[in-house]
Design a protein around this ligand. Structure first.
Ligand code: HEC
Length: 164
């Protein structure tokens, strides 16, 4: 290959690398995380039929940075032991504005071995119709630092608030 081609190829590869790093930074899932995100999207398709722990029934005023009100939905695995949620537990939080219009979802799923340092939570942001837009470890400034805030405020050491 001519040197100029090599350089071109090199910079194209470099650009791809940058894009991938950028995707991770912005929380847009790629590779294995894309697969997990797609599976999660399927899984939360029926979340409105899931249970809500009785101490948070209905609209709750939110401490979360974005919404005014939140509602909680937990899948059966999570409800089976909410104080120590087993692998496969999924927590969906609906976020509402001041007028109680649904503006989107945040989601946490426990996946065995996914991120042992952070209690194996897989984090996701979805739009109001359940389409996952961001997913993964989500701890950059652009993905609202899910992990660091959940670490800070959490009482039980499991990065969950709803069971504190
Ligand atoms: C500044 C702190 C903060 C940040 C950043 C944050 N959260 Fe939360 N999160 C909370 C608090 C506080 C609650 C309890 C409900 C409330 O007050 O809104 C909560 C509740 C939740 C819940 C319901 C389960 C639970 O822990 O009770 C989910 C799911 C969730 N957050 C996901 C996320 C995701 C995904 C992100 C990143 C995109 C994120 N959070 C970023 C503070 C934060």
């Amino acid at each position: 290959m001519r040197p100029s081609r090599v350089a071109l190829l090199g910079s194209a590869l470099g650009l791809c690398g940058l894009l991938l790093a950028g995707c991770t930074f912005f929380g847009v899932p790629t590779g294995q995380e894309r697969t997990e995100a797609d599976a999660l999207e399927q899984e939360i398709a029926g979340y409105q039929g899931w249970k809500t722990p009785d101490w948070v029934e209905g609209y709750n005023e939110s401490v979360h940075p974005l919404p005014a009100y939140v509602k909680y939905y937990v899948n059966d695995i999570g409800m089976s032991d909410i104080d120590d949620p087993p692998n496969g537990s999924v927590f969906v939080k609906e976020q509402f504005d001041e007028d109680k219009q649904l503006i989107g979802l945040t989601v946490m799923k426990k996946i065995d071995g996914y991120d042992p340092e952070n209690k194996d939570w897989f984090w996701a942001i979805a739009d109001a119709s359940g389409g996952v837009t961001n997913a993964g470890r989500l701890n950059s400034a652009w993905t609202s630092n899910c992990i660091s805030c959940h670490k800070k405020g959490d009482g039980g050491g499991d990065l969950l608030f709803v069971n504190d």
